[in-house]
Design a protein around this ligand. Structure first.
Ligand code: 5AD
Length: 451
């Protein structure tokens, strides 16, 4: 009987990539991966600690795993134990804790633990230098988009942010290895790859010879078979002319950019330690929208940063409204121990943060609807990813076989549903976008095929 291991992953796309890589390693070591709701010999919780709430959810999942099987080995990995090793080690449910480095030894540690050996793992804080932990890309079952981490760490130290402590200094995968993974991804039939990193815009600056994101993208678009390259998140200050040109000249790079603004008020941006002001951000958006028609720009907004008065919040709100983001990720400011902002005076009371968060989320929903609405009546290519048939509802049959309800994404991150045969999954199909159904656009096969 193979040993069973179950995973739960919290947080960002980098975490999801790393969990998949770890699962691949477990499989190679003879483990069977089972669902988190099943009884397993070991549970791995890949944590997040960007806010207090994320750390709380991580603890909740640790307790849940222990309840599923009180005899299982509970392993906690990632950002939360990296930042608070003592706290995590003191949780009564935790048997093993590893940080954000050197995690591929986890299957071995878990096996030894299961067989009763007394293993200690140990978490070292990051120094100035760290090497990129190369985690092999592994195909994910049932997915049509591949995630690939090419960069890790951050040196920016914004005043609110714990991530540089959790992830260590900037480091990158070499372009040669990155391209080799892209070829592997293509060989597995994936049409889209999502490039991820912690500070992706500074990809390559640590390498010798130095590389950069633009030159990597220029090579990546030449990999045949990969029809879309999506970028996970790019800092406003990392768009230079070269990157703008590469984006403009390469349709394969998705027309969706996630550019974290954090606040639309200059004083707050300054106190956050962000290296730009609202005028710079506005100029960048204008340039981007001008050269990339239909572009979707989503962003992160923090509300209730220390010293954020009503007028600052209002300016932030107005800025977000004016620049019509396609989607907002709203965060209530959460003081993280060891960061500068946690020590600042004028912390905002929780109920005020709640109130501002509600308002900002409502604005975000409105903006998403507005953005989506603009595409009703258009024909756009959709990469079909999942089958979302309504349970209990009989599917129709056409000349091409049973008609399913498929869902996927356009290059500018619109969710589209399209009736079609099962073999369309994983392929890109044109859809006439007939109707805005709030969370998605309903599409039909266009009667005139566009080239
Ligand atoms: N409180 C609230 N939100 C935060 N983020 C980072 N640190 C904090 C914090 N202390 C948000 C930022 C960032 C996203 C990943 O998490 O908006 O872009």
């Amino acid at each position: 009987m193979p040993l069973k291991v179950a995973f739960h992953t919290l947080g960002c796309k980098v975490n999801y990539f790393e969990s998949e890589a770890l699962k691949g390693k477990f499989r190679r070591e003879g483990f069977e991966i089972v669902d988190f709701s099943e009884e397993a010999d070991a549970y791995v919780i890949n944590t997040c600690t960007v806010t207090n709430m994320a750390a709380g959810k991580s603890r909740q999942m640790i307790r849940r795993a222990k309840r599923r099987n009180p005899d299982a080995v509970i392993a906690v990995v990632g950002c939360y134990p990296q930042v608070e090793p003592e706290k995590v080690a003191s949780l009564p449910e935790v048997d093993l804790a590893l940080g954000t480095d050197n995690r591929l030894r986890l299957p071995d540690l878990i096996k030894r633990k299961i067989y009763g050996e007394d293993v200690t793992s140990g978490i070292d804080p990051y120094g100035k230098k760290a090497s990129f932990e190369r985690m092999p890309w592994v195909p994910e079952q049932g997915r049509t988009r591949a995630f690939l981490k090419i960069q890790d760490g951050c040196n920016q130290y914004c005043s609110y942010c714990i991530i540089p402590f959790a992830r260590g200094p900037l480091r990158s995968l070499s372009p040669e290895k990155g391209l080799a993974y892209l070829h592997e991804i293509k060989d597995h039939g994936y049409k889209e790859v999502v490039l991820t990193g912690i500070h992706l815009g500074l990809y390559g600056v640590d390498l010798d010879p130095p590389a950069n994101l633009s030159s990597f993208l220029q090579k990546a678009v030449l990999v045949p078979g990969i029809e879309r390259i999506r970028l996970s998140s790019i800092e406003p200050s990392d768009f230079d002319d070269q990157l703008l040109t590469v984006l403009k000249e390469n349709q394969k790079i998705c027309r969706h950019l996630h550019i974290p603004l954090q606040s639309g008020d200059d004083l707050i941006l300054k106190r956050m330690g962000r290296p730009y002001d609202t005028a710079f951000f506005a100029g960048l958006l204008e340039k981007l929208h001008h050269s990339l028609p239909d572009l979707a720009v989503s962003t992160d907004i923090i509300v209730g940063f220390p010293g954020e008065e009503e007028e600052h919040f209002q300016r932030s709100y107005n800025f977000v409204q004016e620049f019509a983001f396609s989607r907002l990720h709203v965060f209530k400011y959460s003081p993280r121990r060891g960061t500068r902002a946690a020590e600042m005076k004028n912390q905002v009371p929780n109920r005020v943060k709640e109130e501002r968060s509600r308002k900002m989320i409502a604005l975000g929903e409105q903006l998403s609807q507005n953005y989506q609405e603009k595409f009703v009546g258009r024909v756009l290519p959709v990469l079909l990813e999942t089958v979302v048939d309504k349970p209990g509802k009989e599917n129709q049959v056409s000349e091409e076989g049973i008609v399913h309800c498929l869902e996927g994404l356009t290059t500018n991150y619109l969710h589209v549903r399209l009736p079609g045969p099962l073999h369309w999954r994983g392929s890109i199909q044109n859809a006439y976008l007939e109707k805005n159904c709030r969370g998605y656009l309903q599409g039909i096969k266009p009667t005139i095929q566009l080239s």
